[in-house]
Design a protein around this ligand. Sequence first.
Ligand code: ZN
Length: 185
Amino acid sequence: MSLLDIRVLGDPILRQDTTPVTEVTDELRRLMDDMFETMYAAKGIGLAAPQVGRTERIAVIDVDDNPFVVVNPEIVHAEGTIKGEEGCLSIPEVYGDVERSARVLVRALDRRGKPFEIEATELLSRCLQHEIDHLHGKLFLDYLGPFKRRSALSKWQKEKEKYPEGIRRLSAEEIARHHHSDEEL
Ligand code: ZN
């Protein structure tokens, strides 16, 4: 397995739609393994393919020690609304309150290409919606009101200087330290 570089805000791949996967190959399973390794190193709970520069419709998730992969995920039912703070591995140190559906039913393929459904509430529901957004070029910043969005972007203007090539390469030091108590997706 190997650590992948994480693309940060400003990289156009984060704004592109992804391509549905037609066959889950060994190569894609290796990508999933690398995505898990990268997500754990970055202390995240979810990571979508565009965040590591890939265009396949794949995300990895691990909320409460339950790791799983979603391939071609779709929200087939959603109900209720709930507001909560979100961060993103592609927008380090920037956070904002986002209103999401409280409960979702998601249909996807697993790492073997087998269809499954998952019903989620609370953090898992939020994480699934955040990752599915990534697979369609959408970021949590898009949900913020004009004022909060502007202040998030001005924070990012300073933060992004740490990533001169638009790439977040995890260092041993970054892996060792947990810099924020909130979950990042
Ligand atoms: Zn994210």
